[in-house]
Every structure is written in C-alpha cells, then in structure tokens.
Design a protein. Structure first.
Length: 128
C-alpha cells in the first residue's frame, strides 16, 4: 500500500495563505475552530493530505476548502491557490454596496456644490 503524502494542518493553512503567520494558524486550530472531514480538530499537528475537506473561520467568515496538494513552501498567492479548491458559497451580504443618497458615483461634493445648496449641512454630515 502506498503512503499518502501529508503535512501538518497548521503548516498547510499557512502555506495556502489563509493566515499571515504560522502561529495564527496554530491558534485557530488549537481553539477548535477547524473541522477536518466533519470532525473537530484541536491539535495543529494533525496530518492533512489531498482530498481532505476543511471547514474553518477566517475574519468572521466560514471557509470550506478541499485540499488538492500539500505544498513544499509558502510561495506567492497564485502558487498557494493551486493547493486548494474553494467550496465556500458566495455570500450576498458581501456583494452589497450601500449607495450615497445624493451623489451616485460622483464622489465628494465640491465647494461649488456646497455653496449652491445642493446639499444641506444636515445631509452632508449624516452618517459621518
């Protein structure tokens, strides 16, 4: 039987650039915020390999990822993206961009706009 190529979970999360430092990846795994093939993982030394499914939180967002390769180093982003397949569903809340009530795409009001009274002082400082 052929041995499967594996790597430590915290190291793989760092290689795949989900966390800026390996110690951050270790803290997330030790905190019990990672599931490996639907089982909670509490040790950063757990081995992961190709085909494993990971579910974890990153910046208040739940990520679902399938491991494609183990990797040999923490390389640039395009190289890191080759290590996994992102299965996270697209969130509608992320796509929502609130619009400014008076200036749809026009940016900041000019001095002339303020002088001519297109905006009242109450409207200009709302939400500020």
């Amino acid at each position: 039987m052929e041995k499967r190529d594996t790597i430590r979970l915290d190291k793989w999360l760092w290689y795949a650039r989900f966390f800026k430092t390996r110690s951050l990846a270790t803290k997330v795994v030790s905190g019990g915020n990672v599931r490996l093939n639907s089982n909670k993982v509490a040790k950063p030394s757990v081995a992961v390999g190709a085909g494993d499914l990971l579910v974890f939180t990153q910046a208040k967002e739940v990520k679902t990822v399938r491991v494609i390769a183990c990797g040999t180093r923490r390389g640039p982003a395009p190289e890191a993206q080759m290590l996994y397949e992102d299965l996270t569903p697209v969130s509608e809340a992320k796509e929502f961009v609130p619009q400014s009530p008076k200036f749809e795409g026009k940016g900041r009001p000019t001095k002339k706009d303020r002088r001519t009274g297109l905006l009242s002082p109450k409207d200009m400082f709302r939400d500020a």
